[in-house]
Design a protein around this ligand. Structure first.
Ligand code: 13P
Length: 249
């Protein structure tokens, strides 16, 4: 059975003190669901987060990484560096990386390959903008984002991939995709994976939804057949809200 996952993407929020505080609050909360829980703090606080969560079931993920092993890439972070601080999961392809840092499919493909070579798990994000959806291009956009960065992979690589559909128009806007819109896209994605690979892989891959998920709407969204969890931004910055979302399963 495919995994249920709730991951908090903290983005560029929480300094060291706030990271400590939020993690200790999370550790005190009662988790009533069996969903896997992840948090992705900013790079400089990954070591601290790893230490604090060493004996817990909460997994620490990075928000990005570089595709090279090491070298003259000022300001960048490698997979080996992440692993050296206990981080074995990385978010790649977030729409904010695509939009503000010009990360395109060909670059993301290199990052995906490097993460897999380093035996890391990947939460691979994609999603259409409103201008795509408003003219009916959302399926085409999502298909090409997935195809260009992931469809060169071997069958066995898919054990390390989690997909995250994040419609850009729903991120940080308070305007969530309806549960029906999410289900429609998730079913489309699962079918795409089935057609290119096989149903064993498509049935096993977890597909998360991201975009204005809150305690109030999580249950309904997670209730859809092909929605296997969420990638949470704003609501992940508050322990009560985040755990309420986790417990929505
Ligand atoms: P919000 O939950 O703030 O809309 O952000 C979603 C997101 O981008 C998670 O990666």
């Amino acid at each position: 059975m495919r995994k249920k996952i709730v991951a908090g993407n903290w983005k560029m929020n929480n300094d060291l003190v706030a990271t400590n505080t939020l993690i200790s609050e999370l550790l005190k909360k009662e988790k009533t669901s069996n969903a896997e829980v992840m948090i992705a703090p900013t790079f400089v606080n990954l070591l601290e987060a790893s230490k604090l969560l060493k004996d817990s079931s909460i997994i620490v993920a990075a928000q990005n990484m570089h595709f090279a092993e090491n070298g003259a890439y000022t300001g960048e972070i490698s997979a080996t560096m992440l692993k050296s601080v206990g981080v074995n999961t990385v978010i790649l392809g977030h729409s904010e990386r695509r939009e503000y840092f010009n990360e395109a499919d060909n670059l993301l493909k290199l990052k995906v390959d490097k993460a897999l070579e380093e035996e890391m798990k990947i939460i691979f994000c994609f999603g259409e903008k409103w201008e795509d959806r408003s003219v009916g291009n959302h399926f085409m956009v999502v298909e090409s984002q997935i195809r260009n960065a992931l469809f060169h992979l071997e069958d066995e690589n898919w054990e390390s991939i989690v997909l995250a559909y994040e419609p850009v128009w729903a991120i940080g806007t308070g305007q969530t995709a309806s549960p029906e819109q999410a289900q429609e896209m998730h079913a489309f994605i699962r079918n795409l994976v089935k057609e290119h690979y096989n149903s064993a892989i498509s049935e096993e891959v977890s597909i998360l939804y991201g975009g204005s998920v809150k305690p109030e709407n999580a249950k309904e969204i997670f209730g859809k057949n092909d929605v296997d969890g969420g990638l949470i931004g704003g609501a992940a910055l508050n322990a009560d809200n985040f755990i309420a979302i986790v417990n929505a399963f």
